[in-house]
Design a protein around this ligand. Structure first.
Ligand code: ADP
Ligand code: MG
Length: 411
């Protein structure tokens, strides 16, 4: 047991009922998956989230369930938007499963009920985009009941949406027996194992755009980690809090006050907070901008800090190499732009090479790992951005909380 923001957390504990323990033979099972994937002209561009959902779907099919899948895709705002139909997901899923995957004629309603009624054991149906329904993001009670009416059992495998209390992620779980999918369970176990009794030193690398997105995680790890390494645009709020010039670098107004608070708390914490000591600057956020190294952190007028410098990257890589456990969230710079990708690449390579347990959360950190071909070189790459951060902050995820407790589940 270890201290985590005042709570006791046991290593990798998961106290919710698992789909492995549900009796599903001959039953209709509604599975909320996270198929919110990037599309390119009607084709799935990155199928990682679909692949991650396969174990639960295969388990259910093998055990004779009729599988009804649901997910949101993009932000259709409660309207039917043909560009955000689940059809491309169904096509990719069918290839991966090696079986036909039907797309329902809507999210809920009589036409959908009719298709569900005709399913046989082992067959797979994908409902239309749950956010075509206005009630989805409002966690509307009658929509939740409609979802529940489609099946005998509910399984939530959508870890990436588990921090949202929506009708298909939370509301529905109150109406039929609700279990955790294999991915959701694994995500919670892998992420919480960083908080509880981690191999030391625990090194936490935080970057990305905004301090306000990451403040909860920074504060929690000041209590838990041995070193917190800061990079990304976020560091400029810290530099401003320390009185440095940041030129045109991205600084969040609210971030400066937040950073001041972090710097004060870090003084008293048993944790070392490291900030960049050198930077790579550019005139604009553009792949054509010429990268200029700065041995220092005071950014001149007209320039913006777009990456950490080579000294910082080397120091962070050395700390990561000596770690027992690494948690990484948020790129070190504007890694999408090749001239400013080196800092993030150095951290990604160090995370891939270290013998430490390595857990990576956050959409863009995952995208960076994939860009460098290192996605399979970490212990766990979370499919959840916001959800993984909220879990690490110590918040309860509504999509997890609503599931049956393991001790109350009787199959
Ligand atoms: P994650 O999704 O991994 O949590 P964030 O969304 O917080 O990460 O941040 C990623 C974004 O931050 C990327 O688009 C990246 O370009 C941007 N970023 C990082 N460093 C800088 C910087 N110095 N200046 C401008 N943008 C930056
Ligand atoms: Mg992001």
């Amino acid at each position: 047991m270890a201290k985590a923001g005042g709570q006791e957390v046991e290593k990798g504990v998961f106290e919710k009922a698992s789909v492995r323990d549900a009796r599903v033979n001959g039953k209709k099972v509604l599975v909320r998956a996270d198929f919110n994937v990037p599309l390119d002209h009607g084709i799935v561009k990155d199928d990682a989230r679909i692949v991650a959902a396969l174990p639960t779907i295969e388990l259910l099919r093998d055990n004779g369930a009729m599988v009804v899948l649901a997910s949101h895709l993009g932000r259709p705002g409660g309207e039917h938007d043909p560009d955000l139909s689940m059809a491309p997901v169904a096509a990719r899923l069918a290839e991966l499963l090696g079986t036909y995957v039907a797309v329902a004629p809507g999210v809920v309603g009589d036409d959908v009920d009719a298709v569900v009624a005709n399913l046989d054991s082992g067959e797979v149906l994908l409902l239309e985009n749950t956010r075509f329904e206005k009630g989805e993001t409002k966690n509307d009670e009658s929509l939740a009941e409609d979802f529940a009416g489609l099946a005998d059992i509910y399984v939530n495998d959508a870890f990436g949406a588990a921090h949202r209390a929506h009708a298909s992620t939370e509301g529905v779980a109150h109406h039929i027996p609700a279990y955790a999918g294999l991915l959701l369970e694994r995500e919670v176990r892998e992420l919480t194992s960083v908080l509880a009794d981690p191999g030391r030193p625990l090194v936490v690398v935080l970057g990305g755009a905004k301090v306000s997105d990451k403040i909860g995680v920074i504060d929690r790890f000041l209590e838990l980690a041995d070193q917190v390494l800061i990079g990304g645009a976020m560091c400029f709020s810290f530099f401003r809090a320390q009185g440095h010039e940041t030129g045109n670098s991205l600084v969040e107004d609210e971030g400066i006050e937040l950073a001041k608070g972090v710097l004060e708390r870090a003084e008293k914490a048993d944790c070392e907070l490291l900030l960049p000591t050198d930077l790579v600057l550019g005139k604009s956020f553009s792949a054509d901008a010429e990268p200029v190294e700065l041995d220092g952190i005071d950014v001149p007028d007209g320039m913006m800090g777009l990456d950490v410098g080579p000294k910082t990257a080397a120091a962070y890589a050395k700390t990561i190499a000596a770690a027992g456990t690494v948690f990484w969230n948020g790129p070190m710079g504007a890694f999408e732009l090749e001239p400013f990708a080196a800092g993030t690449r150095a951290v990604a390579e160090a995370v891939a090479e270290t013998s430490a347990v390595t857990v990576v959360g956050g959409g863009d950190s995952g995208a960076a790992l994939a860009q460098f071909g290192l996605a399979d070189k970490v212990s766990w790459l979370s499919t959840g951005g916001g959800a993984s951060l909220e879990l690490m902050e110590g918040k309860q995820l509504p999509g997890v909380e609503a599931l049956l407790d393991a001790e109350d589940a009787n199959g």
